[in-house]
Structures are given as structure tokens and as C-alpha cells.
Design a binder for this molecule. Structure first.
Ligand code: NAP
Length: 507
């Protein structure tokens, strides 16, 4: 049976027992909540831990503390914030094996994927050092317009206040850190609510932030059902900005109740890979399998449908069949060589199976997989997928390679842009002008040439349009998103304004 065991370093974040009972971080202290939620591992569908489920009083305490303490981080010199994050990075690197092992157990992801996620978070911290020095502003002379003559303006960036971060189950450590990090570097306090399915590894990271010395009360980490806690947090007037990563329906709900707060939404996607006549088919097949299967397809930027021109269709599928063998499917706790573990839950596997069955019923051919046991969904290959099947247009979030035959480039653009989503896409061709035309025509926030979408440390900015969200996430972009512009106008007309400083502030 899967089990969670933590070293003494993390002893304050839980109370031991048959199932470790994890606490929440409110006002700088780990606190045991009155209510709890069970954490079930998809590895063998057994209970491995309990997490706190915050009630209204506990939410209020977190909100009050975040607001009360927000100036602590704002008043730190930026260089001290940077050094603090650097110290967190070094400490996290020392504990990364233990954190990765917990991440595998709670999420079912392969060890390689868990290590990759933690390394991406560490690298993001390193890259952020440089960008946090760029929180600057602009000097604007007013003499361009007679309206502003004799005035100048300084347009400066200030911290936005209290940031609420809500993160999803597929990258629970990386996405949580990708919210806490820019929030703190920009001088904000932050409340982070990780996903209920697999929050434990991030709670361990939060302990590292606390132990290294993030000012008390500037980082609150609360757990509890998003559905029950979400509305109170999102509606609270103590929150100045919401940074949400998760599904489109929840994102739309948050947006509808957030009022006038700034809302950054990273939502679901339906990335198309477009394979044109003159593509390098070997590369395209390898990348398309990778993009479809990695992390069992549970990625917002997963290749969710592959549009292949009829001329190269047969040869492309041969390549895909070969590359399915690049992946090893199974229990990542029993076999360290496994590269594809279970999906997050049996419920998720049932949903994926419904989409596969619907496609087959409507005429698609199942060339591999198509079966599941508990949370384990086999890597699956579906070809000749008709456009009226659900899997041709709804987010799959499962390990299914979905191949659709198309006529030509125009067909590819039309089908791709017919989606309500607009997150990601990729094109395979060796004709640069053809690639350029497709890339300019696609209605997605990101598009990649000759590779599956992959956003790693988010050094390149990343974000969706249409039902895939709003705002850009990225090392420097996220820091900027978590600041607000203030315009300071100086009227230079008074004749004494420039008089010599007399040693007192008020003359
Ligand atoms: P989800 O069900 O929307 O949950 C995401 C987070 O929102 C969880 O912490 C969840 O808490 C919380 N939540 C649920 N209902 C809420 C509410 N009413 N108010 C406030 N918070 C609420 O998504 P998921 O299944 O965890 O993640 C998969 C989705 O995320 C996919 O659609 C994927 O494409 C998307 N995603 C997008 C990106 C991107 O960058 N665009 C990146 C990763 C994932 P509980 O866990 O307690 O329910």
C-alpha cells in the first residue's frame, strides 16, 4: 500500500497517526483545522493522508493576516526579497528528493515527471532573480501636449496588495510556486489554495518558505474544497488580485463573482497539432505522441488532437504506432522506470473512457489502448476521429493520441479556430512561409513550430485567449501582472518648486 512518511524537518506541518493529518499555514503558524478531507492516492486508490478543510473563521483569519501583514514584504528592500527567495531555492534543492517522493505518491505521476516539476520550480526561482530587478516605471515629459505642458509624470509600479492563488492538481508544486514567487517578489502578501487531490508536496514547500524566513503572515496556505471555500475567498474585499489556474468552468465562475478585482486566468485547452504535407514526419510523430501522452495527457498544453493532411496521413500513423513504445505504463511506486502512471482518479479514467467510446461509436478506429483499471488509463491511439465526436473538440486530459484526417492547411486552420479554447497549438512543416501563415492565423495564445508545446520554466510568456483564460504568465510577466501602475503627475508651474533644499522636508 502507498504510504506517506516525512522526515523530522517537516514535523511541524502535520500530526502523526495512522494517516498524517496536515495543517494549514495561517498567520505564520501551522494550525490544525476543525474539519478535514481525505487524500486518496490514484496509485492504489487508498487513503494516504488527511488535510485541513478550512471553515469560515479560519478563512477570515487567513484573510485578516494577509491584509494586516502585507506591508512587511512591501517594505523589504527588493534585494532582500531576492536573497530570501534564493535562500528558499537552496533549501528546497536540499529536500527535493523527499518532496518528489511525496508528489509521486499523492499524484501518481512518474518519478521522472515529479523531479521535472520540482526542478522547473527551482529553475523558475533562479530565473526570477533577474526579472525582479526590472520592477521599474517610466518618466513621461508633458510637453508633448499643450494640456500637460509644464507637467511631468512618473508612471510607477507598486505591489497590488493581497494576491489569492488557486492551483490545479496536474502541477500542484510548480503552479503553486509560480504564484507565490512573483507575488512575494513584487512585494505582495499571498494566500495560496492548492488542489485538494494532491496538496502535500506543496505544503512541504511552504514549510521551507516559512523556515527560511518569509515574514510571518505574508504567506498563508489554506486547504479545503475549492467549491466550498472558493466563493468566500474570491468575493472577499481583502483580496486585490486572483491568480487562478484550473478548469474553464471554475475560471468562468470565479470571473463572474470576483467583482472588480484583477483576475488572471490560466484555463483549459484543446491544443491542435497540425501536420502538413512537407513535415518531417518522424519528428512530427515523436513529438505528437510525447505531447499527447506526457503526464498521462493531464496537461493544459497537451496535444489534444492531431490534424494530419491526407497525403501524409498513413505514414504519420505508422510513426505514431512506433513511438507509443517509447513510454512505459504502470505503477510508478513499484517500477522506477515507469514514465506514464495513473490519471488523478478513477473518476477521471471513467470520463476519458466515455470520450473514447463516444469517438469509436461515431466511427473512429481504436488502434491501441482504450481500457482502464481503477485510475490507470492505458495509452490509447484513436485514428479517423470524426469531427462530431466529443474528443475532437472537448479537453481530453487523458493519455489519448487523437488523429483526425484533414484536406489541407486551410482545413487545419478552420478546424483549429472552431474551438472555444485558445491556449496552445503547434505546426509541423519544413516550409517556413506555410508555417508562418498558419501560425499567424491560429487563434491561440501560444503556437510552436516543429515541436510539441512545452512551457517548462515559463521563461517564454504563456497564456490563453477565448475560453482558455486571460493574462500572461511567465518569469518576468507574472511579476509584472502582480503589480499595479500608479501615475504621479508633477506640476512644475509653482515658481518655488525647485528652490534649494533647506534641510527640512516641509519648508
Ligand atoms: P479545477 O477543478 O478547476 O480546480 C482547480 C483549483 O480550483 C483547485 O484548487 C480547486 O480546488 C479549485 N476550485 C474548484 N472549485 C472552485 C471554486 N468554485 N472557486 C474557487 N476555486 C475552486 O481544475 P483541476 O481539475 O484541478 O485542473 C485541471 C484543469 O486545469 C484543466 O482544465 C487544465 O487544462 C487546467 N490547467 C490550465 C493550465 C494553464 O496554464 N492554462 C495549467 C494547468 C492546468 P479543489 O481541488 O479543492 O476542488
Amino acid at each position: 500500500m502507498a504510504k506517506i512518511a516525512l522526515s523530522n524537518y517537516f514535523s511541524e506541518i502535520y500530526t502523526p497517526g495512522e494517516f498524517p493529518r496536515f495543517k494549514v499555514l495561517i498567520d505564520g503558524k501551522w494550525t490544525k483545522t476543525k474539519e478535514k478531507i481525505d487524500v486518496i492516492t490514484p496509485i492504489d486508490s487508498t487513503k494516504i493522508a488527511e488535510i485541513g478543510s478550512v471553515n469560515n473563521d479560519e478563512i477570515k483569519a487567513a484573510l485578516d493576516s494577509a491584509e494586516r501583514n502585507k506591508n512587511k514584504i512591501r517594505d523589504m528592500a527588493a534585494i532582500d526579497r531576492i536573497e530570501l527567495i534564493n535562500a528558499v531555492r537552496k533549501e528546497l534543492a536540499m529536500h527535493k528528493d523527499e518532496i518528489a517522493s511525496v508528489l509521486v505518491t499523492e499524484s501518481g505521476k512518474a518519478l521522472q515527471a515529479a523531479n521535472g516539476e520540482i526542478n522547473a520550480a527551482l529553475e523558475r526561482m533562479r530565473l526570477s532573480m533577474e526579472d525582479s530587478r526590472k520592477i521599474m516605471g517610466e518618466y513621461m515629459p508633458g510637453d508633448w501636449s499643450s494640456d500637460t505642458a509644464q507637467k511631468i509624470a512618473l508612471v510607477i509600479r507598486e505591489p497590488i496588495g493581497v494576491v489569492l492563488g488557486i492551483s490545479p492538481f496536474n502541477y500542484p508544486v510548480y503552479t503553486s510556486i509560480a504564484k507565490v514567487l512573483p507575488a512575494l517578489l513584487a512585494g505582495n502578501s499571498v494566500i495560496l489554495k492548492p488542489p485538494s487531490a494532491d496538496p502535500l508536496a506543496f505544503l512541504m514547500c511552504a514549510e521551507i518558505f516559512r523556515k527560511v524566513g518569509v515574514p510571518s503572515g505574508t504567506l498563508q496556505v489554506i486547504t479545503g474544497s475549492g467549491e466550498e471555500t472558493g466563493d468566500i475567498l474570491v468575493k472577499s474585499d481583502k483580496i486585490n488580485m486572483i491568480s487562478f489556474t484550473g478548469s474553464t468552468p471554475v475560471g468562468k465562475h470565479i470571473s463572474s463573482i470576483a467583482g472588480l478585482k484583477k483576475v488572471h486566468l490560466e484555463l483549459g485547452g484543446k491544443a491542435a497539432a497540425i501536420v502538413l504535407d512537407d513535415a518531417d514526419l518522424e519528428l512530427a510523430a515523436k513529438e505528437c505522441v510525447k505531447g499527447s501522452l506526457e503526464l498521462s495527457g493531464q496537461r493544459c498544453d497537451a496535444i489534444s488532437r492531431i490534424l494530419v493532411t491526407e497525403k501524409v496521413y498513413k505514414k504519420f500513423i505508422e510513426g505514431v504506432k512506433r513511438h507509443l513504445a517509447d513510454y512505459r505504463f504502470g505503477n510508478p511506486l513499484k517500477d522506477k522506470e515507469v514514465t506514464l502512471g495513473p490519471t488523478i482518479s478513477q473518476k477521471a479514467a471513467v470520463r476519458i473512457d466515455g470520450m473514447v467510446k463516444d469517438a469509436v461509436k461515431k466511427g473512429a478506429k481504436l488502434l491501441a489502448g482504450g481500457k482502464f483499471k481503477d485510475a490507470y488509463y492505458e495509452p490509447t491511439l484513436l485514428v479517423d476521429v470524426p469531427l462530431n465526436s466529443e474528443i475532437a473538440h472537448e479537453e481530453t486530459f487523458g493519455p489519448v493520441v487523437t488523429v483526425i484526417k484533414i484536406k489541407d492547411r486551410e482545413d487545419a486552420i478552420k478546424i483549429s479556430n472552431g474551438s472555444k479554447y485558445g491556449l496552445d497549438s503547434c505546426v509541423f512543416t519544413e516550409d517556413f512561409y506555410s508555417a508562418w501563415e498558419v501560425m499567424k492565423s491560429l487563434q491561440t495564445g501560444n503556437v510552436t513550430l516543429n515541436s510539441a508545446p512545452s512551457h517548462g520554466t515559463a521563461y517564454f510568456p504563456f497564456g490563453g485567449i477565448k475560453d482558455s483564460g486571460q493574462g500572461k504568465e511567465g518569469v518576468g510577466y507574472s511579476i509584472e501582472e502582480m503589480t499595479v501602475l500608479k501615475t504621479i503627475v508633477l506640476n512644475l508651474a509653482p515658481k518655488n518648486l525647485g528652490k534649494k533644499y533647506s534641510g527640512k522636508f516641509k519648508d
